[in-house]
Design a binder for this molecule. Structure first.
Ligand code: UDP
Length: 139
């Protein structure tokens, strides 16, 4: 059974480029309720742990450097079928392949600097949400 929550980060590029408001507007207009949200910055250890599944990949060092270079907006979102619907809303990893109207198509600049993260499973949504938020920060 799918749960109704997912986890997202507006990545450093989106924050630097002034897209927080526009992306949150799109998320909200797409029917997601914000359960938890904060501006925060990941340490190198945070990013290495968060993306540990990719630690053998050639882009890992670049990814960690990118994700730690400035603040991010971390959030937990609620909606029926949240994980799949949010992945649809953000679009393909590479913005060149992302569908028109998706967040990555609109705001990402490259495969690496792709504006937004979305959990890829219910299990990871719970793990990633708990990585950034305590129970007292979820509403
Ligand atoms: N990434 C990258 N180069 C690649 C693939 C991925 O820099 O060839 C980065 C990109 O920021 C991506 C993140 O690593 O969002 C995690 O990759 P994943 O395959 O999990 O993509 P996602 O689930 O974010 O679409």
């Amino acid at each position: 059974m799918s749960t109704n929550r997912t986890f997202t980060m507006l990545k450093p590029d989106a924050v630097e480029n002034g897209h927080i408001g526009a992306i949150l507007e799109k998320i909200s207009a797409s029917g997601f309720r914000i359960v938890a949200m904060k501006l925060t910055q990941m340490t190198k250890a945070d990013a290495e742990s968060f993306y540990a599944v990719h630690n053998e990949r050639p882009f890992f060092g670049e990814l960690v450097e990118f994700m730690t270079r400035g603040p991010i907006v971390a959030a937990i979102l609620e909606k029926e079928n949240a994980v799949d619907d949010f992945r649809t809303l953000i679009g393909a990893t590479n913005p060149a392949d992302a569908a028109e109207g998706t967040i990555r198509k609109m705001f990402a600049t490259s495969m690496g600097e792709n504006a937004v993260h979305g959990s890829d499973s219910d299990e990871n949504a719970a793990i990633e949400g708990a990585f950034h938020f305590s129970g007292r920060e979820m509403f």
